[in-house]
Design a protein around this ligand. Structure first.
Ligand code: PLP
Length: 362
């Protein structure tokens, strides 16, 4: 298989797998237990927490969660329920974790969903007009999972703060791949997008910013997120974050070279979304008249996707591509090719040669 679906998930780094092993075997103690084995697990979690927090890079505190989806739910529900302001602002191209949580809150709060331009970028004047003294929270993602477009997160945070609102950044697709801009009060990230294990994420919180807990129970994570932590998952996340920090420039240069190789082979395709404000490990392209679902079915040993992994299979055209102004037909003639640390140029070239052949023969 040629794996080109790095936005859906990334391969586990070998160093991460190795580091997790003992915590799945002989070191099985509950990290919240008082005896030595428990304390050893707690200490390993503490090191992991510092490693992940260092990649967010702005002080504050970090709580582990079961996923970025949980972190986002916590940030939105916990902030809105603690605020007496009745309004939230977000963007049409956000991940379902944000949009569906906002929609759920729409029963109790006013939610403004801002459009994006043809390039997938939000207009800062529109943000300024939407955020008012009634706004509790503004949510904007760093890097879009479907089209790789980078939103002006620092500027959006400044606008939110100007009106006394908080800002949540879904940093899942940018975390570990680029520096997270200063400004957000709450940042959600996920281990499995940075070569860490699945089913662990985190919510970073600026000091003084305390959303109400989402998960109640045994009072772990200093009482704000109950549930026994998994030392294996935390340690894996920590090592993934450490490697991502150490290799950020190297990974970035590698992805830039892969982007050049890929874009040299897409004469008959149009890139969806901005090419300037973009994380270049995401190539989302459309080709006139293509049936992309059929293309993917024909190329089973090349892992590419129609867009977000959560939405694929629904048959619905991508809400992100629709927000760019693409027709249903154009959205359904689009594919997402995602690459990163372990992708080779040869894989990109081979895959695109076969994708082009299959598309031309439709
Ligand atoms: N936000 C973005 C932008 C994502 O790409 C994803 C995962 O696809 C998530 C949130 C959810 O992350 P998790 O899989 O950890 O719940």
């Amino acid at each position: 298989m040629i794996y080109l679906d790095y936005q859906a998930t990334t391969p586990l780094a070998p160093e991460v797998e190795q580091a997790m092993h003992p915590w799945l075997g002989e070191k099985f103690a509950n990290p919240h237990a008082p005896y030595r084995a428990g304390r050893e697990a707690a200490a390993a979690i503490s090191v992991a927490r510092d490693r992940v927090a260092a990649l967010v890079g702005q002080g504050g505190t970090l709580a582990f969660t079961g996923s970025a989806t949980e972190a986002i739910n916590w940030a939105i529900k916990g902030t809105l329920s603690r605020s007496d302001r009745p309004h939230m602002v977000t963007i049409a191209t956000e991940h379902a974790a944000v949009l569906d949580t906002a929609e759920w809150h729409g029963r109790h709060h006013d939610v403004t969903i801002l459009p994006v331009d043809r390039n997938g970028l939000v207009d800062l004047d529109a943000v300024r007009a939407a955020v008012t003294n009634d706004t509790a929270l503004v949510a904007a993602m760093l890097v879009n999972n479907e089209i790789g477009v980078i939103q002006p997160v620092a500027e959006i945070a400044a606008i939110a703060h100007g009106k006394g609102a908080l800002m949540l950044c879904d940093a899942v697709q940018g975390f570990g791949r680029m520096r997270i801009p200063e400004g957000p009060d709450l940042i959600a990230a996920s281990a499995h997008k940075i070569h860490g294990p699945k089913a662990i994420g985190c919510l970073w919180k600026r000091d003084g910013c305390e959303p109400e807990p989402l998960i109640h129970g045994g009072g772990q994570e200093k009482g704000i997120r109950s549930g026994t932590l998994s030392p294996a998952l935390c340690v894996g996340f920590g090592i993934a974050a450490k490697i991502a920090a150490e290799r950020m420039e190297e990974d970035h240069a590698h992805v830039a070279a892969l982007w050049e190789a890929a874009t040299a082979q897409i004469d008959d395709w149009t890139i969806n979304g901005s090419t300037d404000q973009r994380y270049r490990g995401n190539l989302n392209v459309r080709r006139q008249g293509l049936d992309s679902a059929r293309l993917i079915a024909e190329l089973r040993d090349i892992a590419i996707s129609l867009g977000s992994a959560c939405a694929s299979g629904s048959g619905r055209p991508s809400h992100v591509l629709r927000a760019l102004g693409l027709t249903d037909k154009q959205a359904k003639s689009s594919i997402r090719i995602g690459f990163g640390r372990y992708t080779t140029e040869e894989e990109i070239t081979d895959a695109l040669t076969r994708i082009n052949e299959a598309a031309a023969s439709q």
